[in-house]
Design a protein around this ligand. Sequence first.
Ligand code: PMP
Length: 417
Amino acid sequence: MKPIESMPAPDPRNVAHWRADFPILGERVHGRPLVYLDNGATTQKPASVIYAENAFYRHGNANVHRGVHLLSLRATDAYEAARAKIARFIHARRPEEIVFVRGTTEAINLVAQSYARPRLAPGDEILISAMEHHSNIVPWQLVCEQTGAVLKVVPIDDTGALDVVAYEGLLSERTRLVAMTHLANALGSINPVEHIIASAHAKSVPVLLDGAQAISHLPVDVLTLDCDFYAFSGHKVYGPTGIGVLYAKAALLEAMPPWQGGGDMIRSVTFEKTEYNAIPWKFEAGTPNIAGAIALGAALDYVDAIGMEVIAAHEAGVLAYASGALQAIPGLRLIGTAADKASILSFVLDGVHAHDVGTILDRHGVAVRAGHHCAMPVMQRFGVPATVRASLGLYNTREDIDALLEGLAQVGEVFGR
Ligand code: PMP
């Protein structure tokens, strides 16, 4: 029987070599080479990730934690090895602190329902910020409705940066949890998470970080950060959709009741009483996304082989080039200009709806996102219905930005700007 081996590590030399690892970048759209600038929505996958998923189904498919046969044992080993890999990638103390979920959204809902709900009393407060994705707003609204707790929102300034003074003021005796994004998806702002965590901990308030965007752009070290929960999605870090991670400190997971019931999350079941499994399996009811977890492990191997610092430095160069060029376009307004930002270029053009810009760019082969980016309160804060968002990944180059600029010149022609 063939082992589920992985592909050779990527060539870490430079972006041209990285690009060659992503088969989809060879596609053409509307007869033009694809310029993919929608990484904030989802990233493309390197061949090693596609191979890992394919190899699992070709050579190793079986359910985990159940069988005594070789394939099942092997699938279990590969699934648990992926968990250990993820723990190493974000510097968790133990693999048991890694819970596999569908993505960031499910991770935050799990914390809202299993951690927060049993602890919240009427008048207690959950503190979020004005730059959050709906996934880090709505689960808290639901749990507030269920418990009588109150959602408090830290404002942001005109650059899209967190108002840190307001944050300190809003951290109160009633605050039970702080839930903030690490990197804002509609603005690119990087939050001062060390400071956020230190202030919250000084008042014994735990902190959840939404790492959906940060995970592919910044080194993440949950041990040094000392955050209590960290959520991210595999598909935003060059892995597959349908798999994501909730990191939580082991003591918190131990104290939390299961969220969903079913197979795998139990130790024993009778009609009178069910004994739950140990962490993290207590939170993984039902057959998990085994191939997805393994392929996410391959994605993190890929990122590691290049190095997150190398990726961040490359992306910062492209971001600076793009920011300068976009700001020189008359009538273009960048939304999100925080001093500390990464990877996101959100903008509006005078007199042209974002959707029209997105459609013309698409005809030019340039994929961007146009809309509210699941952050409607951010749009309200800046008084715009929608923005155009170009978001970077490790394979983007200045040439991609030049293609974006050419596309925008065409928008200008079409709309007589
Ligand atoms: N939070 C942020 C900051 C995001 O950018 C996203 C995805 N756009 C999410 C949460 C939700 O991620 P998912 O849809 O993968 O659960």
